[in-house]
Write a protein of this length. Structure first.
Length: 210
């Protein structure tokens, strides 16, 4: 009886090998040969699922972003905390070493993928598309916690996400140490949560003059 292969599971196995390879040795080592050597796959197995290296790494990027989206959605869906606390958890989950982070999912892996995905206009569009669900979830959390217009929340979400990406870069290249990372995280959260204080003040002012 032929062995039944779960193809989705096999793709994930390959993606996990690629993630660990990039994290350990950098994106330049993520060749088909290097992936096969690390994962114990034959080149035929890789070729069965992916026609070339670009298709493989694009899949890994999309798989990685979906994992982040699911983690962020689970954080945003928590009902036992206030909207303000939920927003804080969402921001913390996006920071290096944040809530729910896989220890293998480190800066070198993420930066390697960003570098690859910025290589062509088509890949850059996929990169932007990958960020959209994360920005949307963050904007919704800001909107609910601060009671501000969604358009304003989206602008703030973009600012926060850009800052977090910069923190990832600085952390990966040891420009900042762990103490500075924690300090920057607190400062970033204070900026986000200040919106809550500002919106409360605006509401009280509106009510008093209404």
């Amino acid at each position: 009886m032929p062995k039944i292969i779960n193809h989705d599971q096999r793709r994930e196995e390959i993606a996990n090998v690629v993630m660990k390879l990039i994290a350990a040795e950098g994106i330049s080592k993520a060749t088909v040969r290097g992936i096969c050597r690390r994962g114990g796959f034959s080149t035929g197995v890789i070729a069965h699922y992916f026609s070339n290296q670009e298709e493989l790494l694009t899949y890994v990027f999309e798989w990685h972003m979906e994992k982040i989206r699911v983690r962020l959605q689970m954080t945003a869906d928590q009902i036992q905390v206030s909207e303000k606390d939920r927003l804080e958890l969402v921001v913390k989950s996006l920071l290096p070493g944040g809530i729910g982070q896989d220890p293998d999912d480190d800066g070198q892996f993420s930066i390697g993928l960003w570098s690859f995905m910025s290589g062509t206009p088509e890949l850059r569009e996929k990169l932007r598309s990958g960020y959209k669900p994360l920005l949307s979830l963050l904007a919704q959390a800001i909107n609910r916690a601060n009671d501000i217009p969604l358009t304003e929340a989206k602008t703030l979400a973009t600012l926060i996400m850009s800052t977090i990406d910069g923190i990832w870069l600085h952390s990966n290249f040891n420009v900042i140490n762990d103490y500075q990372l924690r300090k920057m995280a607190r400062q970033l959260l204070s900026v986000v949560l200040q919106q809550d204080a500002d919106s409360t003040l605006r509401e009280k002012t509106r009510q008093s003059t209404g």
